[in-house]
Write a protein that binds this ligand. Structure first.
Ligand code: UDP
Length: 247
């Protein structure tokens, strides 16, 4: 089931459902794209039609962020839990290791994707890493990177370039990468490589992961402060919308 959060259809899935969905798509011919929906992306998609089109073209849009859970509640929706990009990536890496599928990590600062891949290999020794690439090459190199991914024979690609660059990369070059599954993962490589610490479980359970990230990266205040504007926009749209479940 999907709920429209500021016009972005968001899938009301649990982590287990998202993994089952991905597992099924791995055996299909065409590539599938997993996007993450959070308050910041919903607001930027209102101003950026290319980002909006990339999100609409995605095949699964996970409810990534406590703000999305709050928005769903405000609209009488069904989304009760966050499915974070990093949790889903970890599950998909475990699936890749179990099924002999190859993964490619693209994005983050130089050395971070490689470090994340090494840490993942320590956890899942059978994991096949097709390749890694950092995310600070000029955008003109994107096509070449898609060719490198295709040549590597990767089945799954995790893209960590920050939004909207990561969504636009997947929308434009995802098919050329030859992968079956592409997923945008934001800052996940920074955590998986050990460069940043993930919030302890208590913060995650209380919906306060954003606060922990803010302590580690105070610059994120510029991003966190959009929350009131997001909830106001959701409430406003709710008041003026009838018919389909839409916030
Ligand atoms: N990044 C990148 N290339 C860029 C800009 C950002 O590879 O041109 C990386 C950055 O190093 C970080 C990730 O993209 O690893 C974005 O992380 P952020 O914390 O902004 O994402 P979030 O998890 O909040 O969506």
């Amino acid at each position: 089931m999907q709920e429209f959060i500021l016009d972005i259809p968001t899938d009301a899935v649990t982590l287990a459902e998202a993994v089952a969905w991905a597992q099924e798509k791995l055996s299909q011919k065409r590539p599938h794209f997993i996007a993450s929906v959070n308050p910041e992306i919903c607001l930027s998609a209102r101003r950026n039609s290319t980002l909006q089109a990339a999100l609409l073209a995605a095949d699964l849009r996970i409810p990534d962020g406590i703000g999305i859970v709050l928005a769903s509640r405000l609209c009488g929706g069904q989304i009760r839990e966050r499915v974070t990009g990093i949790d889903l990536m970890e599950e998909l890496v475990a699936l890749a290791a179990a099924e002999g599928k190859k993964v490619f990590l693209f994005g983050a600062a130089e050395g971070v994707a490689t470090a994340a891949a090494s840490k993942l290999k320590e956890r899942y020794p059978s994991l096949l890493v097709a390749g890694t690439a950092h995310g600070y090459l000029p955008q003109a190199a994107d096509e070449e990177i898609a060719c490198d991914i295709a040549a590597s024979g990767a089945d799954m690609v995790f893209v960590a370039l920050g939004s909207p660059r990561q969504e636009l990369f997947v929308a434009k070059h995802g098919a050329a990468s030859g992968a079956k599954l592409l997923m945008v993962v934001g800052g996940s490589f920074d955590v998986l490589s050990g460069r940043l610490k993930r919030a302890p479980l208590l913060y995650q359970r209380l919906g306060l992961e954003w606060f922990y990230r803010l302590i580690q990266q105070p610059k994120r205040i510029l991003r966190v402060r959009i929350m009131p504007a997001f909830l106001a926009a959701v409430t406003q749209q709710r008041l003026f919308t009838s018919g389909r479940r839409q916030c």
